[in-house]
Design a binder for this molecule. Structure first.
Ligand code: TYD
Ligand code: MG
Length: 452
């Protein structure tokens, strides 16, 4: 067989036959890596059932066949549970809790998933196949042990398979016909037919495509773990997005307990659901009321603390924004943002200077979202402005006010989507919402709310 060499960008998957310092497609530097293909990348035996014509009316669709994973928060993000043959990529930074979550899923799969369905003729399925390419079997067993004596019941149906050879894994799946396959992680797998190392774009893409094909052919749901680097770059998930059915993003700060899981893509459900978990000594627990958790340690009536209501997907959540403004000792005063966008903070500070007349030019400004989550919702603009002004002026807000609104360059407060939902959530916890309705500009809001 003829071998040929290709240069594949490790960031975006672009390939060409010549090396270049900069990827012509995504402009990243030094990302092209030589990959030698030993055989045609796609092996017909591994593709989804093809070469066959179906009539639409002959295809059976059974909405009720969704099976629960046993983790309520995860189920709602999936759109109600797993669909047969559904391939779900769980992407997140190393150490965030992906293996923990999927081990829990493997341990507490509901009877619905375990019961053989009489009509499908697939009644002899047994157990959950957990493929570990990353850890040894004893490491997984150790984690199971850690999770086991909590509410989770140990089941003898979890089969461990330690391997990094994708073809061997697919053979095992065919052999065992498990009811659920968990691959931890896709970056550790390789196929002998490609020359690249594990984790290279070529390998990751090919392994994922082969596994997806197997899941579709056997109608088995499958979870795949994919690692994401700190910058959000991924030799993995980015090139995998179009191969899998569903992409779940698992995020949070490692030192903090709170974890969010959101669907970035979902062929079988909505993409605006967000699941909230808390990482504890005994694994992850779903959090039904995140607002309460976020505000648990809040000290009221202190300058620099403002509550806001964000919409994560369709889910309103109360969060606290803290700001600290102190005279700077530096020629270039510091602006430090944790959990909010840096450029946004700089813009808001500029608005405060120009439109509200606050002399922030020689001040260090620190802004922090408590709970360790990252927010992109524009609705927190007003709260950021108020928190900075509050710390600078050393005046606090009334303890029961939650500020919601986008702030424009003219210093105007704008309406944001889902206000009704936000107000309702705020009310539940005894907060009233200050929004565009109650103040038309940032300076008006500052004058009105920062009184004591
Ligand atoms: P892990 O699931 O191994 O992360 P990933 O697979 O995403 O790389 O989880 C890693 C962290 O979670 C690790 O630092 C330990 C912590 N952890 C807990 O806090 N409680 C637990 O019950 C478990 C199993 C892990
Ligand atoms: Mg892991």
């Amino acid at each position: 067989m003829k071998t040929r060499s290709q240069y594949i960008c490790q960031q975006c998957g672009y390939n060409q036959s010549q090396w270049a310092g900069k990827c012509p497609n995504c402009d990243s530097w030094n990302s092209l890596v030589e990959t030698i293909e030993k055989a045609p990348a796609r092996n017909a035996a591994y593709s989804v059932a093809s070469g066959q014509i179906f009539k639409l009316q002959d295809i059976k669709i059974d909405e009720k066949k969704r099976t629960k994973t046993g983790e309520g928060e995860l189920d709602s993000v999936l759109g109600g549970g797993l669909v047969p043959g559904m391939v779900v990529l769980v992407a997140g930074e190393p150490g965030i809790g992906k293996s923990t979550l999927l081990t829990q899923v493997a341990l507490n799969t509901s009877p619905a998933l375990r019961a053989p369905s009489p009509d499908s003729g697939e009644g002899n399925r047994k157990g959950i196949l957990y493929v570990c390419g990353e850890e040894s079997a004893s490491q997984v067993a150790l984690r199971v042990k850690r999770l086991q004596d909590s509410k989770i019941k140990i089941q003898d149906s979890m089969l461990l398979f330690v391997s990094t050879d994708v073809d061997e894994i697919i053979n095992k799946i065919h052999e065992e016909k498990p009811e659920l396959v968990i691959i931890d992680s896709i970056q550790t797998l390789t196929t002998q037919e490609l020359a690249g190392t594990a984790g290279s774009v070529g390998q990751v893409r090919e392994c994922a495509a082969r596994l997806t094909g197997a899941a579709k052919r056997l109608n088995i749901p499958m979870f795949m773990v994919g690692h994401v680097t700190k910058e959000g770059n991924i030799a993995g998930p980015a090139v995998l997005m179009h191969i899998v059915d569903t992409v779940l993003w698992f995020e949070g700060e490692r030192g903090q307990a709170l974890r969010l899981i959101r669907a970035v893509k979902n062929r079988f459900g909505p993409t605006d659901e967000v699941g909230v978990f808390e990482m504890g000594e005994k694994g992850l627990t779903g959090v039904a009321n995140p607002s309460q958790l976020m505000l648990a340690e809040r000290v009221k009536n202190v300058p620099g603390s403002v509550v806001s209501v964000v919409l994560e997907g369709q889910r309103p959540m109360l969060i606290e924004i803290q700001a600290l403004v102190v005279p700077s000792q530096l020629a270039m005063p510091r602006r430090v943002a944790t959990g909010v966008d840096m450029a946004r903070l700089q813009m808001l500070v500029a608005v405060l200077m120009k439109r509200a007349g606050l002399q922030l030019g020689n001040e260090d400004i620190f802004v922090n979202v408590t709970g360790g989550i990252r927010l992109a919702d524009r609705g927190i603009d007003l709260a950021i402005c108020l928190a900075v002004a509050s710390s600078f002026l050393n005046k606090s807000l009334p303890g029961d006010v939650a500020a919601v609104g986008e702030v424009g360059l003219l210093g105007e407060v704008r309406k944001v989507g889902g206000l009704e939902k936000r107000v309702k959530e705020a009310k539940k916890l005894g907060y009233r919402v200050a929004s565009a309705e109650s103040g038309k500009s940032v300076s008006a809001a500052i004058n009105k709310l920062l009184t004591n």
